[in-house]
Structures are given as C-alpha cells and as structure tokens.
Design a protein around this ligand. Sequence first.
Ligand SMILES: Nc1ncnc2c1ncn2[C@@H]1O[C@H](COP(=O)(O)OP(=O)(O)OP(=O)(O)O)[C@@H](O)[C@H]1O
Ligand SMILES: [Mg+2]
Length: 199
Amino acid sequence: MATNITFHPGSVGSSERIDLLKQKGVTIWLTGLSASGKSTIACALEQHLLHLRKFSYRLDGDNVRFGLNKDLGFDEVSRNENIRRIGEVAKLFADACAITITAFISPYIADRALVRELHEKSSLGFIEVFVDAPLEVVEGRDPKGLYKKARTGEIKDFTGISAPYEAPPNPEIHLKTNELDVTQSVAVIVDYLTSNGFI
Ligand SMILES: Nc1ncnc2c1ncn2[C@@H]1O[C@H](COP(=O)(O)OP(=O)(O)OP(=O)(O)O)[C@@H](O)[C@H]1O
Ligand SMILES: [Mg+2]
C-alpha cells in the first residue's frame, strides 16, 4: 500500500471538461457468460458511436489480459483483481469523457458492485448490461471451442461449467441475445443512452 501520496487535482474540472468536449463520459458494463455476445455487441456499439462522432472506447476481455492484466489467472482472487483494475481503467476513461464499453464475463455481483461504487463516488454514470442467453445456447455457439474444453476438464474454473456466474438482479439493461440480433441489442443500448442524455 502506497503512503505519502497526494491527489493532484487538474486545472480543468469535470463539468468544464464535459462542456469543452461536449460529451459526458459513462461506462457501459457488459456482463454475461462466455459466448453470450459481449464482444460482438461491444464492437458493433463502438462502431455505431464512432460513426456518430462520439468519443467511444472498448475494453475487452482477452485484449486486457494480453497486457495490463497478463499477470492474472482465472481463480477467484485473480478474477476479483482483474475486474478491480479494469473498473479503475474504465473510470479513468469515463472521467476523460469517453463512452467506455467493457466486455468482461465479470461473474461476481460483488466485483461489479465495487466498480459501480467507484463510478458513483466520482459522479460518473455506470450502466450495467446483462448480456443473457441460456447455457445450452452459448454452449451451442462456442465460437472459441472453450465450452468443449471446459467439459473435458482441459480448462478449469470455466464460468457456467465449473465456476459460478452470478446474474445481475437489477441491471439497467437486460439483453436476451437468443431473442435479439446484434443490431437490435445495439439499438436498445443506444436508446438508453439517448433517453438518459449521454448522446
Ligand atoms: N444475437 C446475438 N448477439 C450476439 N452474438 C450472437 C448472437 N447470435 C449469435 N451470436 C454469436 O455468438 C458469438 C458470441 O461471441 P462473443 O465473442 O461476442 O461472446 P463473448 O460474450 O464476448 O464471450 P467471451 O466472454 O468468451 O469473450 C459470436 O460468434 C456471435 O456471432
Ligand atoms: Mg468477448
């Protein structure tokens, strides 16, 4: 734990930054089983927002594990730390006025609550999106062949098979990706952003 550290405030405050950039930051936190569609929806949403000339940026599972979090595994403590770090990074992006889209399984309610709290303490918006499809559907999709490996035991601690997934009881948005296609899911999120004044 670092001691003797002092937070240095900037000369441009949060509301002035929002006025100057004409954009309010927010974190759109996608959570759900592997293959539920988080990355697919995050990419399509990011593309949509960038074409509207909105400052939007995506933080995605494996990509972050290649760099920032390459020291972390998939046991519970590592997953907690993975989400804590990503939450802090998302908060920085949201503070910089980005519409930040995160795509992590983030299976634990407590971890997601901690990230929400981090944002709310800094008066930053946090939109939890439950990307939901039944296990048999996501296992049928299995685009990376991970469920197959989890079933044979080649991959341990696999969410939904050998590790828990705690569904959000009260997400701002609930997308059932076995009923909505990608374009429809993006439209639901964009409608939410519009009606809540983020775009
Ligand atoms: N309605 C839908 N919405 C999103 N993806 C869908 C839908 N129907 C089928 N798919 C397919 O399901 C797969 C979802 O994979 P994707 O990589 O987006 O999942 P993920 O939630 O990011 O998984 P992981 O946690 O492993 O990264 C893709 O192959 C996508 O084309
Ligand atoms: Mg993904």
